[in-house]
Design a protein around this ligand. Structure first.
Ligand code: PLP
Length: 393
């Protein structure tokens, strides 16, 4: 059975060009870049090249790029750094829809006495900057807001948010894990202090990330050890991962505009046809300010996990906006923050595409989804009650 992979916000395929660039660094050039000998030392140049490739995608300076192990490490490092460099400040501002890499850390910090403000979003998952402005106090150490949401694809106005935050003398970090490689980013055009990237979301492998730290930003490392990354992140470099991420960023920089037109066309076709063919379905999230590859669609009166199981039988991979926690199905914190009604939130599916998807794949999904939903609704007592209520009106 062919796999149709529409779960690219979870992780992506490593691009062939990326794999090819990485392979020699496992068993051919496996030296330690910190070694005195040429065999190891020569790898330093390749790491410098990769740093430049990442910097070029972001419009950043190479010295502003610090390699980490993942998006989660980058997010944690940024927030801890703010708290350590501003030890008198005990307040953090985030949004209600942040990824657990930020949200769970803040819950942990709250138990240690830090005050956390979670900014609300509207029914489209969008942030109101007025709430941000009101939340800032002389005690605020850092504001951390995601650039794009992993579940809905909604893009926050982080550049304006950073300006507003900076005007009050507060540090600004953005989790750009879902944004980098999907929308153009130029750090020369904003005042964002720190930004997180994860390699496996843009066709590089898992286990490599970046924290961008604007030149001049006071910084305290999270991993303390060797002098790697100029003392900003101890630990022997993941050379193959770094080289792979550099290549992935180069590919993204070369193709970001053309590829995203193709991906957006496929996403729009999928969304349009599913909404047309399946009654009582709707898109969650701001339609205008959204990543080109993501659509989050709710099918009322069915369970997301049941939909995923039937899709899985056909080789179609996607994600659901509800997760089984302690035996009960809970809609995601993102859909709850948006106030999506329960009957809708339970049946939400996130489709996230990539440049590797084809029109034939999208057509297959468009053909297979309506009978899946119809079959599940046929078994749903809530659906038959709702239909009955409609006919009685
Ligand atoms: N932030 C966002 C918005 C994400 O979507 C993810 C991963 O899903 C992360 C952070 C965590 O990244 P990583 O898996 O590299 O730790």
């Amino acid at each position: 059975m062919k796999t149709i992979y529409l779960d690219n916000n979870a992780t992506t395929k490593v691009a062939d060009e990326v794999l090819e660039a990485m392979l020699p660094y496992f068993n051919q050039f496996y030296g330690n870049p910190s070694s005195m000998h040429t065999f190891g030392g020569q790898i330093g140049q390749r790491i410098r090249d990769a740093r430049e490739q990442v910097a070029a995608l972001l419009g950043a300076l190479p010295e502003e790029i610090v390699f980490t192990s993942c998006g989660t490490e980058s997010d944690n490092t940024a927030i801890y750094s703010a708290l350590l460099t501003r030890p008198d400040k005990k307040h953090i501002v985030i949004s209600r829809v942040e990824h657990p890499a930020v949200r769970a850390l803040c819950t942990h910090l709250s138990a240690q006495g830090y005050k956390i403000t979670e900014l609300p979003v509207d029914k489209n998952g969008m942030l109101d900057l007025e709430h941000l402005e009101k939340s800032l106090t002389p005690d605020t150490a850092i504001v951390s807001l995601m650039w794009a949401n992993n579940e809905t694809g909604v893009i926050f106005p982080v550049e304006e948010a950073a300006k507003l935050t900076h005007d009050k003398g507060v540090l600004f970090h953005t989790d750009a894990v879902q944004a980098v490689g999907k929308i153009p980013i130029n750090m020369k055009n904003n005042v964002i202090d720190m930004l997180s990237i994860s390699g496996h979301k843009l066709h590089a492998p898992k286990g490599i990330g970046v924290l961008y730290i604007r030149r001049g930003t006071k910084f305290s490392p999270f991993l303390i050890g060797g002098h790697q990354e100029k003392g900003r992140r101890g630990g022997t470099e993941n050379t193959a991962g770094i080289i792979g991420l550099g290549r992935a960023c180069q590919l993204a920089a070369n193709h970001i505009l053309t590829e995203n037109v193709h991906v957006k066309q496929l996403r729009d076709k999928l969304e349009r046809e599913l909404l047309k063919k399946i009654p009582q379905s709707r898109v969650n999230g701001d339609i205008q300010n959204r990543l080109p590859n993501t659509t989050n669609i709710s099918f009322e009166y069915v369970e997301g996990e049941a939909i995923l199981l039937l899709m899985n039988e056909l080789g179609i991979c996607a994600s659901s906006g509800s997760a089984c926690t302690s035996g009960s199905l809970q809609p995601s914190h993102v859909l709850r923050a948006m106030g999506v009604p329960f009957t809708m939130a339970h049946g939400s599916i996130r489709f996230s595409l990539s440049v590797y998807n084809t029109e034939e794949e999208v057509d297959f999904v468009i053909e297979k989804m309506p009978p899946i939903i119809e079959r599940l609704r046929g078994m749903s007592p809530f659906w038959s009650q709702a239909q009955q209520a409609c006919t009685n009106q």
